[in-house]
Design a protein around this ligand. Sequence first.
Ligand code: ZN
Ligand code: ZN
Length: 140
Amino acid sequence: MNCPKCAAQLIHKSYKGIMDVECCPNCRGMWLDSDELDRLEDAAFDQDHLKGSLIHRETVTDLSCPHCGKPLVEFQYRLYSLRLDLCAEGNHGFWLDAGEDERVLEIMRRRAAEMNRKLEVETEWRATLKQMHEIFKQGK
Ligand SMILES: [Zn+2]
Ligand SMILES: [Zn+2]
């Protein structure tokens, strides 16, 4: 397989011990198979139902899928300011430029923190409601 960006031969590499990915030794981008983006995200945040939808505002690029040669589609990642590429036609996977894997992890970590905070607020609110309830009961 060749790099969709610079056409160098992709090499097989272990990614943080999570999985094996195809990396470009030249531009440092990487190809993730269709389930590997999810595995990357799960390293930081594994609540799939709280991640939101993955693909927004797709545009066709002039890069081609290293598997099938069809044009890759660029999309906005989960409404964040990050754009990734995917093979929409063959569902072969995703192309991440150098450093974009770290952006994905950073976004997922932030998301996990937000969700924890939301949970804390909800627990606090429930406790407040309970207290109010007690006060009303005493007032009677
Ligand atoms: Zn490359
Ligand atoms: Zn493809």
